[in-house]
Design a protein around this ligand. Structure first.
Ligand code: PLP
Length: 462
């Protein structure tokens, strides 16, 4: 008899947090319970999640950006079923599959200045490949990355991560990786001058904090790289595939990187996948002889399920005009949040492109509010944003989170399928919660006091 997964899911659901605390990451369970995010979702459809009471939530995290076409899209499910039902000769290894070839062809149709694709199983694997390819192609060893950068958490990616919280305790990391300030062309020019730099890796819009560079930054950075013989790697793992209202975010600045990295939403969220798009000459330096045909790769890369899901995802993005929808709904939301920033002193800035939006909060001017803000921030930097995201979830059924450690920016990364009704829901809910946060005393700051007490108790427990 076959395993009844759906029954298992239902039968053991009440134990999900106990099981995780016992056998997986206990600290994650503590986080979820502390902020009331232990909702035990049962279903996911499009941009919505449903809990055990059938209550509907609007998901603005989309699994850190993997569900760009929405959860459980019928086209992707159908493609996956076809692969399983078709008994395809998946992963023969000493043969190649047509599906990978067609997905590569489709991706390159959208990025016509590049001619090769290397498939991987995740974002971080795409980064690892790009770093190795850059060294092999240039014969150089140095890598430059930016402050606050996030490229994944395996050793190569961690070596180009601009956040100490992630790096700390895991050293030594890869040598000859140099951090420069994001958006600082002089720093880049100085770092490139040694002519030992294989690659500059950069997110066109930084995910941690949703930092959009100055308009000339990426174009001038690419020119500097070309001048110094350094390859330009655009990490589009979060920004790519329509997220910012263009197929790639670099299109906003009309630049053509040497390597483009994709992952996350490429498989519609169902199967892990990653991709490096690059030039033939770079590929030819890596895979330069027959006995080096497998010099870089990974067992599960190019598997038929990931490739089929990728093809279905690109098809859905095109047929449902999701890139256009991201541009339109994103512009609408940005305008709404900009209006909120004018009305509410706690909102300091609103940034983003398409459906990658950051709302930054900051110290208020008025005395009473400032005293409460200071109390909270002294207890734990960045805690304020929890006063927004907790009521958003509890009272308005909107799932969102802060964009990084010690950060005051809440990030919106919804599926690209959201409708105007969803935008109304978002705007209405943020307006209520942000207005409430300007009332002292009030429910939001009472919650703040509870969080401070929890933080103090947790610290005392060590
Ligand atoms: C810009 C960027 N690069 C790389 C990664 C790593 O991807 P993965 O978690 O699939 O390894 C992420 C993940 O959030 C990312 O946002």
């Amino acid at each position: 008899m076959s395993l009844r997964i759906a029954d298992l899911f239902a039968e053991r659901d009440s134990q999900r947090y106990t099981l995780h605390a016992r056998h997986l990451n206990e600290q994650m369970v503590r986080v979820l319970k502390t902020i009331g995010f232990d909702r035990g979702y049962r279903r996911g459809v499009g941009p919505y999640l449903y809990d055990s009471h059938g209550e509907r939530y609007l998901d603005l995290l989309s699994g850190w950006g993997v569900f760009a076409i929405g959860r459980n899209h019928p086209a992707v499910r159908d493609a996956l079923k076809q692969v399983l039902d078709g008994e395809f000769p998946n992963l023969v290894q000493m043969d190649v599959s047509a599906l990978a070839g067609v997905l590569a062809e489709r991706l390159l149709r959208n990025v016509s200045y590049l001619d090769k694709v290397f498939f991987a199983n995740s974002g971080t694997e795409s980064v690892e490949a790009a770093l190795k390819f850059a060294r092999a192609a240039t014969g150089r060893t140095g890598i430059i990355y930016c402050s606050h950068a996030f490229h994944g958490l395996s050793y190569g990616s961690l070596s180009v991560n601009g956040d100490q919280v992630f790096r700390s305790g895991f050293g030594p990391l890869l040598p000859e990786c140099t951090e420069i300030r994001f958006n600082d062309l002089d720093a880049l020019a100085r770092a490139l001058a040694s002519r030992k730099i294989a690659a500059f890796i950069v997110e066109p819009i930084q995910g941690k904090g949703v930092i959009v560079p100055d308009d000339d930054y990426l174009r001038d950075a690419l020119d500097l790289c070309r001048k110094h013989g350094t390859l330009f790697i655009a990490d589009e793992i979060q920004t790519g595939l329509g997220r910012t209202g263009r197929f790639l975010a670099v299109e906003h600045w009309d630049i053509q990187p040497d390597l483009v990295l994709l992952a996350k939403s490429l498989s519609g969220g169902h199967v892990p996948v990653g991709a490096v798009l690059t030039h033939k000459w770079i590929f030819d330096k890596v895979f330069d002889r027959m006995d080096r045909a497998v010099v870089h790769g990974s067992t599960f890369a190019k598997n038929d399920l990931a490739m089929a899901a990728g093809l279905a995802t690109l098809e859905v993005m095109e047929s449902e005009r999701l890139i256009e929808n991201a541009a339109r709904t994103g512009a609408r939301l940005l305008r709404a949040f900009e209006r909120m920033a004018q009305r509410h002193e706690l909102v300091k800035a609103v940034r983003g492109k398409g459906l990658m939006i950051g709302i930054e909060f900051g110290a208020p001017r008025s005395l009473k509010l400032r005293a409460s803000w200071n109390l909270l921030e002294t207890a734990s930097s960045g805690l304020f944003c929890q006063l927004i995201v907790i009521p958003l979830l509890k009272d308005h059924k909107i799932l969102t989170q802060v964009a990084g450690h010690g950060n005051h920016t809440i990030k919106l990364l919804p599926p690209l399928t959201i409708s105007d009704a969803d935008c109304d829901w978002i705007e209405r809910s943020f307006e209520v919660v942000i207005s409430d946060a300007h009332r002292v005393p009030g429910a939001v700051w009472t919650l703040g006091k509870t969080l401070v007490d929890n933080a103090v108790r947790a610290r005392a427990r060590g």
